[in-house]
Every structure is written in C-alpha cells, then in structure tokens.
Write a protein that binds this ligand. Structure first.
Ligand code: DOR
Ligand code: ZN
Length: 351
C-alpha cells in the first residue's frame, strides 16, 4: 500500500468565528486584531459589564470594535443582544430591523462570566422567544443549569434534558445554536434534532479534556465553562462531530481573554484565550483525527449557511511550519496567557 503523501499546505475559504468574546476598551483593542487577521466575521458575545441589552448598545459596541481594526481590515463583527428577564418583544423587533444584530444570547443567571443579568426563569422570556421565532432570529444558548445540587460535570446534560428539549418543543420554529458543546449528550441531541438546531465547538474542547486541566496540578488556563469533560466519551464525540461533515456543527472559538492574575488566582475565572491561533488550533485537531479534508466545511461554510449568510470567497493558506505559541500577549495593562502557551503548533496561517 502506498503511504499517504504528507500534506504541507491547506487552502480554504476564510473562516468565521461564530462565538467570540472581545471585551471592551483597551482590553478589546489588545486582542481584536488577532481575530481580524484570521476570520472574515465573528459573532460577538454581549456579556460585557453592563451587558449589551439593546440595539443602541450593540451598535455603540460595534462602532468601538470597528474603530479598533486596522484600516485594511475587512473583518465584520456581527453583534448580539443579551437576553434578560426584561427583554421585550419590541427589543426583538428592533434587533430584527437592524442589519448588524444577528442573534440573541441566553445565559442562565449565574452560569458564567458576567451572567448575573441572565435569565432566572425561562417563562419570563417566552414573549421574547415567540418574537424571535417569528423574526427568525437565532437564540444562542449557554447550555448549563446552575443549581448547586447539580454536579458541574453534569450541568450541560441536565440542561438539555430539563430546559433545552422542552424549549425546542415549545418553540418548534425557533433557530437555536447550542454554544461551545462539551458532551456526547449535546452531540447526540443536536444530531437528532431538526435542522434549525446547530452547535458550535471550540478548539480547546477538541484538543483537551479534563486531564489536561487537573493532572499534575491545577492548570487555570484550561479552566472554562462549560468545563472540560472526559476524553471518553465526550471529547471523542466532539471530535467525531466536528470532523463528520454534518453542517449542524461549526466553528466557534469561545475565545475569552482574562487578565493573567485573574486566572492565576485562588478563585480563578473561566475562559480560554485562543484567538491568537484559532484556525491553526482547529487544523491541528482535524489533522490529529486524520480529517483535514473536513476542515473547510466546519470552519468556513456551515456557520454561514446556518445563519443564512453568504460564504466567504477569499482564500487563506495554512502551511506546515511548526511554531511556538508565545508565553503571553499584552492585554490592556496586563497580560493574557494564550491556549497552549509555549507549546508547538504544526500549522501556521500565511498572509
Ligand atoms: O469560559 C467561559 N468564559 N465561558 C463562558 O461562557 C464565558 C466566557 C467569558 O466571558 O469569559
Ligand atoms: Zn462564550
């Protein structure tokens, strides 16, 4: 049998990031260029402090992001609103009339970073969800229950059973993206559900499992929410889904920069920063699974299709040129530690 020729270069349509945290002000200005260099578009999360709840706030935030971009950049930030108990039908109508607002994000109150204003009880947002169903605005879901009595490793699976399944039954026309999925339960749920239900998968959930975070000492830069799970069956199910060619699964980094000291703390905050090497990290994961040929669909096509947007046509090139991820990047007046700091990546985006 002939050996497979070694692949040295991959060309693909410019990818998009369907789940990204950019923060604000100086912090945002430190990181936005990294995403803009790689991605055509990104869905920008609204969990600022205070959260982005109205179209006006979303447009102001967008302006701030755009003004931080290099002049030559064609990067398009796609804005979202933060769903609260008080979101009205009119807020949704306003969103649907605004070309730069693409989705509404559901954080269960207390689930993660800056989620204090999140939804406390789903019936509170039924009128908003009804309107979203009508206007065909996607609901982006942080899929974890927050009850103290539910083990943190089970929170996603319990969310699907107790919240998401009833919700998707109640609103059968609602478009839903289950964000940053971490379990086989989510893969199965999304695979078996109707076509209007999709999911994003992060590079860190493809490349790491809870052993990376907990063996040999607690590694705070691997801590994110939903928390990393076991390799078998969860990480393996995510890899299989991402590389399957099923268009319900697409790229969303959930890159979430935090100050180094706030991660390396007695109560470290949740978030993995991966914008520095997003597409390279995914390329590594797909190569490990021997599925590089499935990367373009996942990274560049299926998300655009789900959102009903045109696919990017510009082509990017990745080359097999091993490089070392820096120890840190400057982040406002401090530092952010990137995912896989000081480790070697195989693929490099050529510009
Ligand atoms: O790990 C996370 N970090 N998960 C989230 O859901 C939020 C994010 C953040 O904003 O830091
Ligand atoms: Zn997120």
């Amino acid at each position: 049998m002939l050996a497979k020729p070694l692949i040295k270069q991959i060309k693909l349509a410019r990818p998009d990031d369907w789940h990204l945290h950019l923060r604000q002000g100086k912090a945002m200005r430190s990181v936005v260029g990294m995403t803009a260099r790689q991605m055509g578009r990104a869905i920008i999360m609204p969990n600022l402090s205070p959260p982005v709840k109205t179209v006006k706030q979303a447009l102001d935030y967008r302006k701030e992001v755009v003004s931080a971009l290099p002049k030559s950049s064609n990067f398009n930030p796609l804005m979202t609103l933060y769903l609260t108990d008080n979101t009205t039908k009119q807020d949704i109508i306003n969103a649907s009339n605004e070309e730069h607002v693409y989705a509404v994000k559901l954080y269960p109150a207390g689930a993660t970073t800056n989620s204090e204003s999140g939804v406390t009880s789903l019936p509170n947002v039924y009128p908003a969800l009804e309107q979203m169903q009508k206007e065909s605005i996607p609901l982006l879901v942080h899929g974890e229950v927050t009850h103290d009595d539910i083990d943190i490793f089970d929170r996603e699976a319990v969310f699907i059973e107790t919240i998401l399944e009833p919700l998707t039954n109640k609103f059968p026309g609602l478009r839903v993206v289950l964000e940053h999925i971490t379990t086989k339960d989510s893969v199965d749920f999304v695979t078996q559900s109707r076509d209007t239900i999709g999911a994003t998968i992060t590079a860190h959930h493809l490349l790491a499992n809870r052993n990376h975070m907990l063996v040999g000492g607690i590694k705070p830069h691997y801590y994110c929410l939903p928390v990393l799970k076991r390799k078998v069956p969860h990480q393996d199910a995510l890899i299989a889904a991402a590389t399957s060619g099923n268009p319900k699964f697409f790229l969303g980094t959930d890159s979430a920069p935090h100050y180094q000291n706030e991660k390396e703390s007695a109560c470290g905050c949740a978030g993995v920063f991966s914008a520095h090497a997003a597409i390279e990290l995914y390329a590594d994961a797909f190569e490990k699974a021997n599925k590089l040929d499935m990367l373009e669909g996942f990274a560049s096509n299926y998300g655009a299709d789900f959102y009903g947007l045109k696919r990017n046509t510009e082509i990017i090139t990745l080359e097999k040129r091993p490089w070392m991820v820096p120890k840190s990047y400057s982040f406002s007046d401090s530092k952010v530690i990137p995912f896989l700091a000081e480790e070697q990546l195989s693929w490099r985006l050529m510009l």
